[in-house]
Structures are given as C-alpha cells and as structure tokens.
Design a protein around this ligand. Structure first.
Ligand code: FES
Ligand code: FES
Length: 138
C-alpha cells in the first residue's frame, strides 16, 4: 500500500512551479551530490561575479518532489547573496522557508545544502581562493 505524504502548500507550490531549473553555461561553480539514502541526484550551478556575489543560480534534480522543492527554494535563497552568506544556508532554513517537511523527507533537504556547498567548493577551486568555513565535499 502506498503512503500519502502530507506536504505543506509551499512545498507543493515549489514542486509544481520550481524556480531556477536548468543549467548555466560556463558556470563559476558546479556542485553535484547524491543521496546515499535514496540514490537521488542534485546539481547546482552558480554564476558568481567579481565581487563574489551570486548573480545567478540554477539547478537540476533527479529526485523526489521534496528534493525538487528544496532545490528551488535554496536557489531562490542564495541568489543575490555573497558566497559567505550562501555558505551559511542550512537545510533547516530551507525547510523552514518551505513550511516544514515530513520526517521521512528531511534527508532530501540535506541534498540542497550539500549541493550548494559542493558548488561553492568548485568555485573556490577554479578561482584559487579559500572560502572560510567551507569543507571539501565528501
Ligand atoms: Fe525516489 Fe528519492 S528515492 S525520489
Ligand atoms: Fe531522496 Fe527525496 S527521497 S531526495
């Protein structure tokens, strides 16, 4: 028997109408992460300007509705922010902005945080800079 999961209105809204879907050509940084728990994959593209501000941000997610909704919300939340601010984005903050996620879907929101970090790491590598507090992707 299938289980019906109760999603918030915000989650359903971002799932049906996700923001920032796609790719960025010649992106400043790209991060791809997979979820060991379910096998889903998320990729985030960053376009960072000379002042280290995220000018644009896109994502591709091969995963469930909660993963799509968290990617959509996470990209919205880091657009226009500095790389330092983007680093501070937590899955908890994304979940809160989405009005919460059911417990079985919390791992989906972790993908978004990890993908942002991986993209920041890639950006730092390509530009030969150190972002304080950023750990290499596992
Ligand atoms: Fe299928 Fe995550 S395992 S959506
Ligand atoms: Fe795995 Fe959502 S079920 S990302």
């Amino acid at each position: 028997m299938s289980q019906i999961i109760d999603y918030s209105e915000e989650v359903m809204e971002h799932f049906t109408n996700p923001r920032n879907v796609g790719e960025i050509e010649n992106a400043s940084g790209v991060g791809t992460v997979g979820n060991a728990k379910c096998g889903d994959i998320m990729r985030i593209y960053l376009d960072v300007d000379d002042n280290q501000i995220i000018r644009d941000c896109k994502f591709k997610t091969f995963g469930c509705g909660a993963a799509v909704a968290t990617s959509s919300m996470a990209t919205e939340m880091i657009k226009g922010k500095s790389i330092q601010e983007a680093l501070k984005l937590t899955n908890k903050a994304v979940m809160e902005a989405l009005g919460g996620l059911p417990p079985v879907k919390v791992h989906c929101s972790l993908l978004a945080e990890e993908a942002v970090h991986a993209a920041l790491w890639d950006y730092a590598q390509k530009h030969n800079i150190t972002i304080e507090g950023l750990k290499p992707p596992v």
